[in-house]
Design a protein around this ligand. Structure first.
Ligand code: SER
Length: 862
């Protein structure tokens, strides 16, 4: 069977990306799942970053590529695939057999015999290589096996001129076109190989490489897959492509990374600082950086999007469907990168001052965080007569590589058999009958507790129960699991949640309330129907909202996640910036019109391809079977969905958006309520508004202007209070200063300390200013208690300063008494404290400290 390409984001915890055509089929190779067919073929979009440093330097390495593959799950093996591959390349494609070479694994005499005897390849065209070249694995763990590759000799013009150049050389001459993997082992975490249940075949051929040979051009970048992109880069940069030199290198890197970035975004990846998003960010930034080396400084990657789309849109329609998102994300990321580059230049400039050598760490930070290629740093440094510690840079770079390798391994993740996959294998998929009923009979086929299969469970136990068929909906596609009861004549169990521990297997998470439940029992499974009705309402409401958001905000809106629960729904989608109140109201109105029209909600089963071509929305990360359910609200929306819905939109009643927030770059989340919950909220809000209105007195129409008036009044009252406090403070102060002046003769510095009830920092400062002006020989220490906290301000006049007074030190010491801290300059300082009861004590203590300051010493500690 020919399968369409699967997503770049694999359904596989051990891998960040789909790195090969075999990735989506891993469970079949491992024997975890039984495939529907034993022979499959795909043209699979792939992302691999292990060759990133070679991209652009060779004619054949990429980060994104299409892999043509054919797979046998325990069906044909070595003796079939070798002659078939040969026949395909020589007879169908028409490659010159005399230019072809086969490589095999060191001790694979069987493959050698097939190449030699069945195909007729001569000994001098068969090479044996070791683990690096002829043993293939998708990752550190998982299915793997020896392989055999077909190479094509492109001739000496592609070679490196070394006398040792032969198959296996790193240059472009002997091009690996097709890899045939004899997938027969599973490697575990300890590196141990165990034979797989069956012998399988996994082959992979690079479409780009095959194209370059067939089109007889000098490498992948001159094929029709890349040439138009490179031409567009030429136009933007205003320079011509030359194979050798920096133009050629930059254009190859840009066109490669651009394809990868566009496809990653189309599959739902957004720039981030880790995981897949980090790889995307690096690719966009690397491409932008290479753009600078050929003189492009403005954001330009988004200008390449149309040409990439034109080349690839058949069959990858996601490039067209996600055009808006690709544009937005690339534009934002490149703009952000330009800013970072500027900041990097500032950093570098600062680092260059007074230095002869720039440290490797700084050079690496510039490279890693700011995207400065080492050459750029080197050039700027050379201009300033500074050298770069390149060994240090390499060391930092190696550390980073190690970190990246470790994180991409995601070593704790496993993909293997467990009690649930075994149950699935033995008993088959659970039949779900919940589309047509809320209660049904089924037979217990498994009871699981702590990953162990049991044959019975008794009162008080919490166990997972598997039935052959059930009306319970397991959490999936955003809709949460059903709750309800399972009962037999001698047993009653409550279902707390329903889940899919593995695709196809529904488990009821139960607590046994009474009696004993045994494998083999017939049970009556009853879903909590009221809760389910509420879930249905929220689920259909989600679909209505999804379409309304597209209508109001634009076609770039795409679901990024959802949660459908009985009392609310949550919907995440790609969009840039918050929704305005008008937009929210528009969305709600569109949804409400659909509800008023009371349209039937139609469910149809169709083939995936048919559904997609009819324009039904599908989620990028979701894996769909061949036959899908399509949910349609006539003349409004159509979406692939396995969930539960109301039968007519009128049952929803009302949908109200209650919250809109950003949850990451370019993703928004709305929360909404529907049905009875929406009514409840409406009633609650109207009651609340009526209460407020009653308290304020007057008409509802003028309520908000009256609240505004109240707030204005409050502000002006606050201002008045402050003014009054200040006035009172100043009056009492003037009196105090007058008295003090009588006691202290002439210009001798004087401490004026006082408390001002309820005065904030601003007032204390104003008072301080007055004192300073009135007596330049004074130091003011002013304190107040506001909201249970102490505020202290100290200010010293000119003359006091000249005599050694220091406001900062003074405040620092006294603030300790009120359990606080602070300080500042000699002329002005501030502190806070937690103990208002000690404020007077603190002010009293100030005199001794002050005296010591002007006497040129420090006070005795008591
Ligand atoms: N998985 C093998 C590879 O990627 C063959 O498909 O080379």
């Amino acid at each position: 069977r020919r399968f369409p390409s699967f997503s770049l984001v694999p359904d596989d915890p051990t891998l960040l990306f789909t790195v090969a055509g075999m990735v989506p089929f891993k469970p079949y190779f491992l024997g975890i799942k039984t495939p529907e067919v034993t022979r499959a073929t795909t043209a699979q979009k792939c992302v691999r970053t292990n060759d990133i440093d070679n991209v652009g330097y060779t004619a054949r390495h990429h980060t994104f590529f299409e892999m043509l593959g054919n797979f046998s799950f325990g069906d044909y093996f070595k003796k079939e695939i070798i002659p078939w591959a040969w026949e395909f390349l020589t007879e169908r494609i028409g490659l010159d057999a005399s230019r072809m070479y086969a490589t095999i694994y060191l001790d694979d005499d069987e493959a050698h015999a097939i190449w030699k005897n069945s195909v007729g390849v001569s000994d001098d065209h068969i090479y044996r290589f070791g683990d690096d070249d002829n043993f293939w694995a998708a990752g550190p763990t998982g299915p793997c096996g020896p392989c055999s590759e077909l190479l094509y000799d492109q001739g000496p013009a592609f070679g490196c001129d070394s006398p040792d150049c032969k198959p296996g050389c790193n240059c472009d001459r002997y091009l690996e076109i097709w890899n045939l993997v004899f997938m027969q082992f599973n490697r575990d975490e300890a590196g141990i190989l165990t034979p797989l249940p069956k012998q399988n075949i996994d082959t992979g051929m690079g479409l780009e490489r095959l194209s370059s040979v067939v089109q007889q051009v000098r490498g992948d970048f001159e094929t029709d897959l890349f040439k138009p992109i490179i031409q567009e880069v030429e136009n933007i940069a205003g320079v011509r492509y030359e194979v050798a030199g920096k133009q050629g290198l930059a254009m190859r890197v840009i066109s490669d990374h651009m394809r990868a970035a566009a496809f990653m975004i189309a599959d739902g990846i957004l720039p981030a600082n880790e995981g897949q998003g980090y790889v995307l960010r690096r690719l966009i930034r690397r491409a932008a950086r290479y753009g600078r080396t050929i003189g492009i400084t403005d954001p330009f990657l988004l200008k390449l999007r149309p040409v990439v789309t034109k080349i690839m849109v058949d069959p990858y329609v996601e490039l067209r469907e996600q055009a808006e998102t690709i544009k937005q994300v690339m534009g934002m990321e490149e703009t952000r990168f330009n800013r970072t580059l500027e900041q990097g230049s500032d950093l570098l400039e600062a680092e260059l001052k007074g230095r002869e050598v720039l440290s490797g760490d700084v050079a690496f930070t510039l490279y890693d965080t700011y995207g400065f290629p080492l050459e750029l740093t080197r050039e700027i440094c050379a201009d300033a007569g500074v050298t770069v510690d390149e060994a240090g840079f390499e060391a930092a770079m190696n550390e980073q590589r190690e970190r990246a390798r470790a994180s991409s391994r995601q070593s704790s993740a496993k993909m293997g058999k467990n009690v649930y996959t075994e149950l699935l294998d033995q008993k088959g998929e659970t039949v779900f009958t919940g589309y047509i009923c809320d209660a049904d009979e089924g037979t217990v086929i498994g009871i699981v507790s702590d990953e162990q299969a049991l044959d019975h469970a008794g009162e008080g136990q919490r166990v997972d129960v598997v039935l052959d068929k059930t009306p319970f909906y397991g959490e999936k596609g955003g809709q949460i699991g059903d709750t309800g009861t399972l009962s037999t004549e001698r047993c009653h169990a409550v279902v707390l949640d329903t889940q899919y521990p593995t695709n196809g297997l529904i488990v009821h998470q139960c607590e046994i309330k009474k009696g004993t439940l045994c494998v083999g029992d017939r049970v009556l499974a009853t879903v909590d129907a009221d809760r389910r009705r509420a879930i249905r309402i929220n689920h259909t409401a989600t679909h209505l909202l999804h379409q309304a958001l597209i209508n109001v905000l634009g076609s770039h809106v795409r679901q990024a996640g959802s949660l459908v629960a009985p009392h609310f729904l949550r919907f995440d989608f790609n969009h840039f910036g918050p929704l305005t109140r008008e937009q929210i109201m528009k969305v709600e109105k569109i949804v409400y019109e659909q509800i008023l029209a009371n349209k039937p909600v139609c469910v149809e089963e169709r083939s995936f391809a048919e559904a997609r071509s009819s324009g039904a929305k599908a989620l990028f990360e979701e894996k769909y079977g061949d036959v899908v359910r399509v949910l349609t609200v006539p003349d409004y929306s159509s979406e692939l969905c396995g969930g539960l819905h109301v039968s007519a939109t009128g049952s929803i009643g009302l949908v109200k958006i209650v919250r809109d927030e950003g949850i990451g770059s370019g993703v928004r989340r709305i929360n909404a309520i529907a049905g009875r919950d929406a009514l409840k909220m409406f009633q609650m809000l109207t009651a609340m508004v009526a209460d407020i209105n009653n308290q304020l007195g007057g008409d509802l129409e003028t309520l908000s202007s009256r609240v505004e008036d109240l707030l204005d009044d409050r502000k002006s009252l606050e201002r008045k209070t402050q003014e009054l406090t200040l006035k009172v403070a100043l009056a009492s102060l003037t009196e105090k200063i007058r008295k003090d002046a009588e006691n202290v003769p002439g210009d001798k510095p004087v401490l004026v300390a006082g408390q001002f009830e309820g005065a904030g920092v601003d007032i204390l400062r104003q008072v301080g200013d007055h004192i300073k002006q009135a007596r330049p020989n004074a130091v003011a220490l002013l304190g107040s208690a506001v909201d249970g906290k102490v505020v202290l301000v100290a200010m010293a006049g000119e003359k006091a300063l000249a005599c050694g007074a220091h406001a900062g030190n003074l405040v620092k010491e006294v603030s300790r008494i009120v359990d606080g801290s602070g300080g500042g300059k000699p002329q002005m300082a501030q502190a806070g404290g937690k103990d208002p009861s000690k404020l007077q004590e603190a002010l009293d203590a100030a005199q001794a400290i002050f005296d010591a300051q002007i006497a040129g010493g420090s006070p005795k500690k008591s």
